[in-house]
Design a protein around this ligand. Structure first.
Ligand SMILES: Nc1ncnc2c1ncn2[C@@H]1O[C@H](COP(=O)(O)OP(=O)(O)OP(=O)(O)O)[C@@H](O)[C@H]1O
Ligand SMILES: [Mg+2]
Length: 275
């Protein structure tokens, strides 16, 4: 019996280790012995940890929210200066750089808030039938010229028949675009980037695979965290929010996203329940 309880406790700790802070040890008939006391202490610790994580997340969301307004004000002050013709050339250049920096910070804050909104589940997800086959073709049309310009080849296997899921078209498009953009940005040219959509027994599968350097297995959980980027990406543009946003969108749609090895390269697989 105590063996069963230890197994159950272990399962809780495993879930916590995988990032699920809502896991708790529950037993209706737990005797108040040592194991029971340890289990209760672990539950209390997890309650505390969840609270701390929640407030941390709130702080960063509040910071993002509160700094957006003064930054927007700063931008509206710089803008009229930029159109003046009596500026020394170096001042004009500095002002343009400053404006670009402001835009970058504001879009980072927007992404942080967007993730929080989706994860908190308090946004309006407009659930409507979305045809993934068609979305696949649209995204391919939109991004293949960009890929080509960067020296990559973007191919897409989009079925001729509709594969429909219930969701928010814009969000799902954003999720797929983020992944294709990652492949274009994080793979040295020339890379093969392959996008595909398939549907089978109630499950739609979207794959985005590339022939770049991939993500080492030990890093695959971490890149899903906000702001986490691999060491080798420090010099590329970006803030490390794309994958967390994508993961939040897919979770919100009741789907899964896994990062795998394309040997060589990265293969991201998304599954979604079909409508
Ligand atoms: N296709 C890929 N191949 C190799 N590494 C990748 C790939 N996609 C993502 N990564 C790694 O994962 C990190 C996190 O990706 P993520 O999309 O979250 O952020 P980002 O692309 O750096 O910035 P952004 O916020 O603009 O998306 C990247 O910085 C990169 O190190
Ligand atoms: Mg990205």
């Amino acid at each position: 019996r105590s063996e069963n309880r230890i197994t159950a406790l272990n399962r809780v700790l495993d879930r916590v280790a995988k990032g699920d802070l809502s896991a708790r040890y529950v037993s209706r008939t737990d005797p108040g012995d040592d194991i029971g006391r340890v289990a209760a202490a672990i539950n209390r610790m997890l309650d505390q940890l969840s609270l701390t994580m929640d407030s941390l997340r709130h702080v960063s969301n509040d910071v993002a929210h509160d700094l957006r307004t003064p930054l927007t004000r700063l931008k509206t002050r710089i803008e009229p200066l930029l159109s003046r013709s009596d500026l020394p050339p170096d001042a004009a250049q500095d002002l343009e750089l400053a404006e670009a920096e402001i835009d970058a910070i504001v879009s980072t804050f927007n992404a942080v808030l967007r993730i929080a909104q989706i994860e908190g589940g308090n946004d309006q997800v407009a659930l409507a039938p979305v045809d993934l086959s068609q979305l696949c073709s649209t995204i391919h049309e939109m991004l293949s010229p960009v890929a080509e310009e960067m020296g990559h080849a973007l191919t897409a296997a989009c079925p001729n028949t509709p594969i429909t899921v219930d969701g928010d078209r814009e969000m799902l498009a954003q999720a797929i675009v983020n992944l294709v953009e990652n492949a274009m940005r994080h793979c040295p040219a020339p890379a093969q980037i392959a996008m595909s959509v398939t549907g089978d027994s109630g499950i739609a599968t979207i794959k985005i695979c590339d022939t770049g350097p991939g993500i080492p297995e030990a890093e695959r959980d971490k890149v899903l965290r906000r702001f986490y980027r691999l060491e080798e990406s420090r010099n590329t543009e970006g803030s490390g929010l794309g994958l967390s946003l994508t993961a939040a969108i897919i979770r919100r749609h009741g789907g899964t996203m896994t990062l795998g090895d394309n040997a060589p390269g990265l293969c991201v697989t998304i599954t979604l329940p079909t409508a």
